[in-house]
Write a protein that binds this ligand. Structure first.
Ligand SMILES: [Zn+2]
Length: 258
């Protein structure tokens, strides 16, 4: 099975990157301006009619995902998706619920009621998920799922891995906690199955990427999908030199960009 999942984060008004989600330039590079996000959605609409959710994986569906649980998930993101008849996947950092810049419990219930998928993005958003002990991983998944399930009054079975650090153990822990669909940050259309949990890769869209990237991912265009995959593999080599080295390098690159 294949799926074309695209990963977004916050969408902000007037370039106010502090207004939603995590702070700092490392987080801000993933946030899009409202007018740019609208252009990305227009490009997706022109490229495909297959926007769907994990509840309906038929053909090669396009899945729109939004990490972190910033308040912009509610407005404008959900409104903009609904105006096209689409629903999104909102993955929530549960320790941040109700804190400045993040969704409240009432907003989470509203997203759920409006037909969006609300899932876990861990409790604390560890920088390097894959280096946690199994006990720490279990706690991140179980407690975040328990919190969300209590808020929504329904079992939560969808999650995404924070920070892009994935390992088999991260997925095994998620599966054991009851997750049936886990989004990673690996740019691939392949859907893997692990202990009853679907593991779905995602293509990331960051600030500065033109709408044609979203369209390319949504159409499964090799020139876009493969290019991101090649870049990701090169980065993985850099990461293998040492997680700390990679994070410092990444931060240096991001700082220079800013
Ligand atoms: Zn995140």
């Amino acid at each position: 099975m294949q799926a074309l999942a695209i990963m977004y984060h916050d969408v902000v008004e007037n370039g106010d990157f502090e207004s939603s989600g995590f702070s700092g330039e490392g987080a801000h590079v993933y946030k899009l301006r409202h007018q740019d996000f609208v252009r990305h959605l227009d490009a997706i609409a022109a490229a495909t009619s297959a926007v769907s959710t994990v509840h309906k994986l038929e053909g090669r569906p396009v899945l729109l995902t939004f990490d972190d649980g910033g308040v912009s998930s509610h407005h404008p993101i959900a409104d903009l998706l609904e105006s096209r008849g689409w629903r999104g996947h909102f993955l929530i950092t549960t320790d941040r619920i109700g804190t400045p810049g993040f969704l409240t419990e009432a907003q989470l219930r509203e997203l759920d009621r409006r037909g969006h998928i609300v899932g876990s993005h861990s409790c604390s958003h560890p920088t390097r998920m894959a280096v946690l002990t199994r006990a720490e991983l279990d706690r991140e998944w179980r407690q975040s799922i328990a919190r969300l399930s209590a808020v929504l009054g329904d079992a939560v079975k969808v999650a995404s891995v924070p920070g892009g650090y994935y390992s088999r153990e991260v997925a095994e822990s998620a599966a054991e906690a009851g997750i049936e669909a886990l989004f990673t940050s690996e740019p691939t259309a392949r859907v893997a199955m692990l202990n009853g949990c679907r593991v779905l890769g995602r293509y990331v869209v960051q600030r500065g990427m033109e709408p044609r990237w979203s369209a390319g991912f949504a159409a499964g265009s090799p020139s876009y999908c493969w290019r991101q995959s090649a870049l990701w593999k090169a980065k993985r080599v850099a990461k293998s030199l040492g997680g700390k080295t990679y994070l410092q390098l990444r931060q240096a690159i991001l700082d220079r960009k800013a």
